[in-house]
Design a protein around this ligand. Structure first.
Ligand SMILES: Cc1ncc(COP(=O)(O)O)c(C=O)c1O
Length: 391
């Protein structure tokens, strides 16, 4: 059984929230964040979770994760300082950006972050200069063209250079602790993780032969969230990973860096149709949120969002555009929808990851306001059942 739930507002909640707070409006469920964390902990209990806050750095998510006892994957000085200001100690962070800035390394010194990844010789020298006692993991390249976002195009040391680089890190005085990989984002079967673990196992044998003990394995992020037309079984995927970890890596400390999985299912967007047009025989709908706002994930994350109109009628293909004066601000072409009118509300579920995180205020449009579901539902007298939990 796939136990993964996601947060989805009812039609009544959508219209009452839009009336009270206006649109575009993001509604975030912190209970869903907690459920996501708990599910991962239940299925892979031996894994130390580092929330990849790049997916959604909202402070209330960070606080929720902090209170749950989570650790964090950080990629910049800004992320390190945000967490420090919240009271997260440096030993709960891993600087998992294989290429670090001077400002990032300075923030590590200030915040006491000493765990980090690298995939090049130049990075070893930098780390050794700034944090001579750092605990480092080699980020290994694991090609996975089937991933929704293949992060290995940009990062990761090829397998044949791995031992040499690890020896160099050790010689530079760093604590060479293990291997990290990221199989790519939105991965819907366990196979890429299992394949990566095969390679790690071989490398660990080779490392042992040259005197390198590697007590840590970091399996990165990539865990999936519901997506239109994509079928997977999250719990089966997690259980397969867990079984392999128990079988072959029971002597290791296991770390992970989930981002999308942790935040994606916890947020809904309510957006409104602000204009309708017919252009070259195509129906166009203009929304009050667009590519420069929450739908930035269309470009940066190549994500196809689901739009729920709560209307009836024969579906038609339509173009959906955002509110700005820029012609790039078009989210979907030929997207099937019930016919819409100005002032109709659209609900966009499962939009918590790589959306508001990369939104801008381009052209003077404010970013969508955010409210917390568990606070506003009581205020509006909405029933908790309106939190949908079944996939
Ligand atoms: C190093 C690293 N870890 C974790 C993540 C989070 O990945 P995901 O959102 O697929 O879980 C990313 C995403 O870019 C990443 O670069």
């Amino acid at each position: 059984m796939n136990e993964q739930g996601f947060f989805q507002l009812s039609q009544d909640a959508v219209s009452r929230l839009a009336e009270k707070y206006g649109t575009p409006l993001l509604v975030l469920s912190l209970e869903q964040i907690e459920k996501n964390y708990d599910l991962l902990r239940t299925h892979i209990p031996q894994m130390k979770i580092h929330y990849a806050m790049k997916a959604n750095p909202d402070l209330r998510i960070l606080e929720t994760m902090m209170n749950k006892g989570a650790n964090f994957d950080v990629a910049s000085d800004g992320e390190i300082r945000t967490l420090s200001n919240l009271g997260v100690s440096g030993d709960r962070m891993i600087y998992a950006n294989p290429i670090k800035t001077e400002a990032g390394l300075r923030a590590c010194v200030d915040a006491g972050v000493y765990r980090m990844t690298f995939d090049s010789e130049s990075e070893i020298n930098k780390i050794a200069r700034w944090i001579p006692n750092a605990t480092v993991l080699l980020r290994l390249r694991i090609d996975n063209p089937s991933a929704h976002v293949d992060l290995n195009k940009k990062f990761g040391c090829p397998r044949d250079r791995a031992i040499g680089l690890m020896l160099k890190a050790k010689a530079a005085g760093l604590h060479m602790a293990g291997i990290a990989f990221h199989v790519g984002s939105q991965v819907t079967t366990a196979d890429p993780y299992l394949h990566a673990m095969d390679i790690v196992r071989e490398l660990e044998e080779e490392a042992k032969a040259v005197g390198l003990e590697l007590p840590v394995l970091d399996i990165g992020g990539g865990f999936p969230i519901p997506e239109t037309g994509v079928h997977y079984n999250l719990t089966a995927l997690l259980d397969q990973i867990e079984a392999r970890l128990s079988e072959d890596f029971s002597d290791k400390e296991i770390w992970s860096e989930p981002g999308r999985y942790m935040a994606g299912t916890a947020q809904n967007l309510i957006t409104k149709v602000i204009g309708v047009n017919e252009r070259n025989g195509q129906t166009w709908y203009f929304l009050d949120d667009g590519i420069y706002g929450t739908f930035s994930g269309v470009i940066f994350d190549q994500w196809d969002f689901k739009l729920i109109s709560f209307k009836e009628g024969k579906k038609i293909p339509a173009t959906f555009a955002g509110p700005s004066c820029d012609s790039l601000d078009i989210m979907f072409r030929g997207k099937m929808t019930e016919p819409l009118d100005v002032d109709d509300l659209l609900l966009v579920p499962v939009c918590g990851a790589y959306t508001s995180a990369s939104a801008t205020t381009f052209n003077g449009f404010r970013k969508a306001r955010m409210v917390i579901w568990e606070e506003v539902r009581e205020e509006l007298g909405l029933e908790p059942e309106q939190l949908s939990l079944a996939v």
